[in-house]
Design a protein around this ligand. Structure first.
Ligand SMILES: Nc1ncnc2c1ncn2[C@@H]1O[C@H](COP(=O)(O)OP(=O)(O)OP(=O)(O)O)[C@@H](O)[C@H]1O
Ligand SMILES: [Mg+2]
Length: 478
């Protein structure tokens, strides 16, 4: 039985950590000293090889660095961890060296240095021949994804080692409690790559588990992993509250009493079925979840479990894909600048062009995303939004109709007004109505209009970590 727990929402762009220090304490996000925004840290690792020994930097300090000149900045390594190394059928296995030699970038670089194309072709065949000689017949050639995943495991280990120190330091700054925080188990939220009960045996979660263990994190014994969308829904719907009944069982009635769900849980013949639809637009994945309950109009009996049926899907498509298409759509000099820009500068550019429709001024280069770039950037945003709305429409089409629904929009991608508005519209396809919508930057409707819950950053970005730390996931309290 875990009375106390940490939950790490290991985000592709930002990592957030929540703590539940007692069974009935509210889950709370932990402040990381020196972080620009106190409860999250950029999921970035940098290796500085300029000195005698390589030096590692993490989080905000790494996000300030630019790759090149002996510094390598690693971002998006969560994606590499969760990308299966087995190649798709029919797709040849390519080593990283071959991928480099065969790439368009390599050809461009060769041309820039005056290397003739027959020389490039000769180099390619020489490398292939040398590899065959060295490897010998039948020896396994590791795929590009395999190399990337192995590298990601090393980065994840180092990142979690550093994160552990940040988390324990943050706990040491809390009012004295006599608690031994270093013994608290951790649960990690991961994309919904498998049903919740099977997550721990998923190959990528096994690698993550091993890295966490080596980095000194004691894992939660019963449920070390929880799917991001489900954790997110619980965080938002409970508003991070945890409660026990007098007999020491989880008190779901009290935990969910902040919203319309409580009407259903108490037993109401007009509202026997309920669903919370969650759309979390992250950097790497867009996570969709539907939490469903059918009370038959009777009060919910939670002794046998939480009572929600969960349908969830993680689509490997997120803001990092938008970033990639935006870079590709810009003129070469702007593309090149954005490719090597420090993580933090890129984020500022991201916010200005997608939210305020403004450009970002760069010394010596002019404005990126100004008037001349607008048509190209708008097209990228339109395509991104279209793919997301298609996914939402497909996901919702397979869900049964219910008597009451709430809509929850979270993740950094929902900070983009065009994305958020399109997703709200897509979720209402076919006349579906939500009694309450939770999202960042929502305007309150007129009297009688459906309820809105304007999420602040704590819930819009920290909802998964808060929910993952919830008593809801402690089966021993049911
Ligand atoms: N106002 C904004 N405008 C544009 N993009 C934004 C805005 N706010 C945040 N983002 C971007 O949204 C992305 C997703 O942020 P989020 O914190 O949800 O990602 P994550 O949880 O790390 O990713 P994942 O859950 O996929 O692993 C980030 O790339 C972030 O920079
Ligand atoms: Mg996320």
């Amino acid at each position: 039985m875990a009375e106390r727990v940490f939950c790490v929402d290991f985000g592709s762009a930002y990592t957030k950590v929540a703590l539940r220090r007692d069974p009935t304490a509210d889950s709370a996000l932990l402040a990381c000293a020196g972080a620009d925004v106190d409860f999250w840290v950029p999921t970035v690792v940098a290796v500085d090889r300029r000195g005698a020994d390589p030096r590692l930097e993490f989080g905000d300090r790494a996000a300030d660095l630019r790759s090149g000149g002996g510094i390598d900045v690693y971002t998006n390594f969560k994606k590499d961890l969760f990308t299966a190394p087995t190649s798709a059928p029919g797709k040849p296995v390519v080593s990283p060296l071959d991928a480099l030699l065969q790439s368009e970038e390599f050809v461009t670089l060769a041309a820039r240095y005056g290397v003739q194309s027959p020389q490039v072709a000769a180099l390619r065949s020489m490398a292939a021949a040398a590899r065959t000689l060295v490897a010998g017949p039948g020896e396994r050639v590791v795929s590009l994804e395999g190399h990337r995943q192995a590298n990601a495991v090393k980065l994840v280990y180092n990142f979690f080692l550093w994160l552990r120190k940040q988390v324990l330091d943050a706990c040491a700054r809390l009012p004295a409690s006599g608690l031994k925080f270093e013994d608290f188990p951790v649960r990690v939220t991961v994309p919904a790559v498998a049903p919740s009960s099977d997550l721990a045996s998923h190959p990528s979660c096994k690698l993550l588990r091993e890295a966490l263990h080596r980095a000194g994190w004691p894992l939660h014994a019963e449920q070390p992993f929880v799917a991001e969308p489900e954790a997110n829904a619980i965080g938002i719907l409970t508003k991070a509250a945890n409660a026990l009944t007098r007999s020491g069982r989880v008190n779901l009635g009290q935990m969910f009493n902040k919203g319309p769900l409580i009407t259903v849980m108490k037993g109401d013949h007009n509202y026997p079925t309920y669903r919370a639809l969650v759309i979390d637009v992250g950097a790497y994945t867009t996570d969709l979840a539907a939490l469903f309950i059918d009370t038959g109009g009777n009060p919910v009996e939670t002794a046998d479990g939480a009572g929600f049926g969960v349908t969830q899907r993680s689509v490997p498509f997120g803001v990092s894909d938008l970033d990639q298409s935006v870079r590709a759509a810009l003129p070469p000099d702007k593309k090149a600048w954005l490719e090597s820009a420090p993580h933090k500068e890129f984020q500022t550019f991201q916010r200005t062009y997608s939210g305020e429709s403004k450009g970002y001024r760069v010394a010596g280069l002019g404005v990126i995303g100004g008037e001349p770039d607008r048509p190209a950037l708008s097209a990228c945003l339109d395509q991104f939004t279209q793919r997301l709305t298609d996914e939402v429409t497909k996901f919702c089409a397979a869900l049964p109709s219910v008597s009451m629904q709430e809509l929850v929009l979270t993740g950094g991608g929902n900070n983009i007004p065009a994305v958020r508005d399109a997703l709200i519209a897509a979720a209402q396809t076919g006349g579906v109505r939500f009694v309450k919508t939770h999202a960042p930057d929502l305007k309150r409707g007129k009297a009688g209009a459906p309820l809105v819950d304007k999420l602040d950053e704590t819930f819009a970005r920290g909802g998964s970590a808060l929910g993952g730390a919830s008593l809801y996931f402690e089966r021993s309290y049911y």
